[in-house]
Design a protein around this ligand. Structure first.
Ligand SMILES: [Zn+2]
Ligand SMILES: [Zn+2]
Length: 282
């Protein structure tokens, strides 16, 4: 109790001085500093609501970020599908049934994390709230992945999977580009968002069957007339790989235009991504 009166007195004095500060025409400065604080400390973690203690621009706490489950090490050499429990035979590449059938038009696909739990929430934040620092965070993880894979992922240019023009106008941005743009910068490669375009929009229906998913993207992408694709090694970036149908359709358009190779890279990947309907199932 002893310091009660004096501390509340000090608080009153502080309040008084802030009021005085605002009243004396320096209010704009207080407003600016509030704005800065709200940029760096925008409430709690957007996934678990825990208080953010580090001054990061990513609105997700360290605990949630480190809970993201990475794609396991044993994956199909081509499409990156997790093949847990399978082992490589001497001198033979480890391939999933779809890649044994040479289903995909891309040369390789890799992803950072499994699309589950906190990762789903993070991808939704990126997709619907345009949280650019989160896009850069995923780009950093993908840069690490590209350097770890070395020559197998060598490319000349970075291209985001495009949205249909109307969808991008509605949303105001392309979530794939929130990752591909900083990624190109980190890899010191040109970013070519205009190389590829989506000529047919995704159907409005929310849930598509496996066949409908493949059908909805077949022939839905084209390279932009006049763009130089010949002999390019393209790094194609998207937020999530679900069936591989989108990356496949983009890769077909790029290959038709003369691309030398197409590597797909996504922030997340469906845990059990479904095999294409044409592939014999396990
Ligand atoms: Zn959290
Ligand atoms: Zn595969």
């Amino acid at each position: 109790m002893a310091d009660g009166p004096s501390s509340s007195g000090a608080a009153a004095e502080r309040r008084g001085s802030v009021r005085g500060w605002r009243a004396s025409g320096w209010g704009w400065l207080a407003a600016v500093s509030d704005a800065i604080v709200s940029v760096f400390f925008p409430g709690g973690c957007r996934i678990c609501e825990r208080l953010l203690t580090t001054a990061s621009r990513v609105p997700i706490c360290e605990e949630c970020l480190s809970s993201f489950k990475r794609v396991p090490n044993i994956v199909c050499e081509v499409c990156g599908r997790p093949l847990t429990g399978m082992s490589r035979k001497e001198g033979e590449p480890l391939l999933c049934p779809a890649c044994q059938d040479r289903t995909y038009a891309f040369d390789r696909a890799r992803s950072f994390a499994l699309y589950e739990e906190a990762v789903v929430r993070a991808i939704l934040l990126l997709k619907f709230e345009q949280i650019e620092p989160l896009g850069s965070w995923f780009a950093e993880r993908l840069t690490e992945l590209v350097s770890a894979e070395g020559a197998a992922l060598a490319v000349d240019v970075v291209v985001p999977v495009p949205l249909h023009r109307e969808r991008e106008r509605e949303r105001g941005y392309n979530q794939a580009a929130l990752i591909s743009k900083p990624l190109a910068k980190m890899l010191r490669l040109p970013h070519k968002a205009v190389l590829l375009m989506r000529t047919r929009a995704r159907p409005d229906k929310q849930i598509l069957s496996l066949e409908e998913r493949w059908e909805s993207v077949r022939g839905a992408f084209a390279t932009r007339p006049g763009s130089q694709v010949d002999n390019l090694r393209v790094l194609l970036v998207d937020d999530v790989l679900t069936t591989g149908a989108t990356l496949d359709a983009c890769a077909r358009a790029l290959r038709e235009a003369g691309a030398k190779s197409v590597i797909g890279l996504t922030a997340a990947r469906a845990v059990r991504s479904l095999l294409p309907p044409s592939t014999r199932q396990w």
